[in-house]
Design a protein around this ligand. Sequence first.
Ligand code: HEM
Ligand code: HEM
Length: 181
Amino acid sequence: MGMRNSATQWGALAKSFHWMGAVLTIFLIAFGWWMIHMAERAERLANFGIHASIGYDLLLLIALRLCWRAIDRGPALPADLLRWEKGAAHLGHFLLYFLLFAVSVTGWMIVSSARRPIDASLLGFIPVPLLDRAGDKAFHDLAEDVHRYLSYTLLVLIVVHVAAALHHHFGKKNDILRRML
Ligand code: HEM
Ligand code: HEM
């Protein structure tokens, strides 16, 4: 398996981006839910910092992934897919990228408007500049709401995405899943 994509296979780099992104995304949703609904209140700020730092890392990963995608296009969808199936796949993938991006940006808006500073950095040591909104309650509440709704929308879309991948593999028996593994 080469670094680059071929006409029929995703390359090592695109696969690493995909699976690292999947792990980080699922971790962020689970950890985000846990820190709000389960964790001790006293630990909140520390947990927000961990969550936000990993969120920044994911945003960097998505940015690199989109750059790589622009340079090295992936394999085309199998020719025997129906037109609506191709359309749904492209729309779904676009929405996944869009939501990953929008959730990360609203997270950054939450941190920018927090009442008490949240200690977060990119890759554990690179400080991230914030919007000048510290303590802006209306802005903060809006960012939180949008962050929450988009996160759970993302979760729904991931479930559909995984179901589609499994349907291609076990139902249609094509190589869509195999070429990403
Ligand atoms: C948790 C989060 C996940 C996210 C955010 C995600 C996101 C994406 C995106 C954006 C693409 C499009 C790649 C592109 O064309 O640039 C993609 C492709 C793909 N994903 Fe995921 N994915 C996730 C998890 C999974 C899981 C768990 C599976 C398997 C069960 C899976 C299977 C696939 C496959 C097979 C493709 C390739 C489709 C093709 O070859 O055209 N993904 N994923
Ligand atoms: C794709 C990336 C991300 C996902 C999937 C995600 C997911 C979540 C989830 C599920 C929650 C819990 C919401 C609730 O149930 O109330 C949450 C909360 C939170 N997230 Fe994220 N997050 C991401 C990125 C970020 C980033 C980049 C930051 C900051 C830079 C961030 C900061 C926060 C904060 C501060 C909270 C607590 C908000 C509150 O008090 O309600 N998140 N996130």
